[in-house]
Design a protein around this ligand. Structure first.
Ligand code: NAD
Length: 296
């Protein structure tokens, strides 16, 4: 039976360290990291994510600000808000919760955030640094950054000689994940909806990352014996529970089947999700330090 990678416990340990460092930063430099979260509209899942991010920011001792705008807000008004946050000295990190309503150009919005405050790592400057292998200089997108720490915990920092397969090529997860694995010297394959015989490719992976959004797509027979399996997917499915139907969160990996074959697997929930939020805090703390010339 494989090891269950406990993302919740790992995130709690890192958050405790961030809280200590935040307190030291306040005492030694009078500096409080500030995170602004912008949410547009009423999407239920986004509301939950934003609430969790704010709660964690407050628990870490950050100055936390939420801007909730109606779904009808104009793109110019949103850009004005970001402009004012870019110029606000108390705010070191800005996050605009995606997805945005269809009439707003997401790229225009994410590219309007100053790269130095882009704690989500979506600005082209940060993407460029990551792709160029300058990972120490970049703000790395939070989900792949969290995945990488979990992989490092299992296999160490150097993945020389290991094959890694990433299923999914989004800008938020798949591509930056592949860049991080490459920077760690893994031999990386990116798969997507047009990849033939995905199962055969996946079976060659020492590190398998699933970031698709299809419940239980990765079965046990897709997993190489002894692999490390990271399940990024968050899918809401309906299950029968005591004769009643209820909603349940599940990943892209058939967890029970993968646990029979792999060396280590992340659960959903309790795996990648909590680590994503903690990486946002880590990026915000780092942004505050960098903006004040304090060694990060
Ligand atoms: P996305 O929809 O932008 O990208 C999905 C990718 O999967 C695409 O690149 C597509 O080519 C690929 N794909 C789709 N169908 C496929 C198939 N049949 N075979 C192979 N590849 C296929 O999604 P995303 O933003 O990258 O998110 C992926 C999943 O991860 C979603 O379930 C999302 O909710 C979840 N997610 C979780 C976290 C977290 O913190 N845990 C963060 C971000 C995203």
């Amino acid at each position: 039976m494989a090891t269950r990678i406990d993302g919740k416990a790992m995130a709690a340990t890192i958050s405790a360290r961030i809280t200590e460092e935040t307190s030291a930063l306040k005492q030694q430099h009078g500096l409080v990291p500030g995170l602004a979260v912008v949410i547009v509209g009423e999407d239920a899942a986004s509301q939950v994510y934003v609430r969790n991010k704010q709660r964690t920011a407050e628990a870490c001792g950050f100055h936390s600000v939420k801007h909730a705008l109606p779904a009808t807000v104009g793109e110019d008004e949103l850009l004005e808000l970001i402009d004012s946050l870019n110029g606000d000295a108390a705010i070191h990190g800005i996050l605009v919760q995606l997805p945005l309503p269809g009439h707003i150009d997401e790229t225009r919005i994410t590219q309007s955030i100053l790269p130095s405050k882009d704690v989500d790592g979506f600005h082209y400057v940060n993407i460029g640094k990551l792709t160029a292998g300058a990972t120490r200089d970049a703000f790395v997108p939070c989900t792949p950054a969290g995945c990488m720490l979990m992989i490092e915990e299992q296999l160490g920092k150097d993945l020389s000689g290991k094959t890694a397969v990433v299923i999914g090529r989004s800008n938020i997860v798949g591509k930056p994940m592949a860049a991080l694995l490459l920077a760690a010297n893994a031999t990386v394959t990116i798969c997507h909806s047009r990849t033939p015989d995905l199962a055969a490719v996946a079976r060659g992976a020492d590190v398998l990352v699933a970031a698709v959004g299809r419940p239980h797509m990765v079965g046990g027979d897709w997993v190489k014996p002894g692999a490390v399996v990271i399940d990024v997917g968050i899918n809401r499915i309906e299950i029968e529970d005591g004769g009643e139907k209820r909603a349940k969160l599940t990943g892209d990996v058939d967890y029970d089947a993968a646990m029979e074959v792999a060396a280590a697997v992340t659960p959903v929930p309790g795996g990648v999700g909590p680590m994503t939020i903690t990486m946002l805090m880590s990026n915000t703390l780092r942004a505050a330090r960098l903006q004040h010339g304090i060694d990060a």
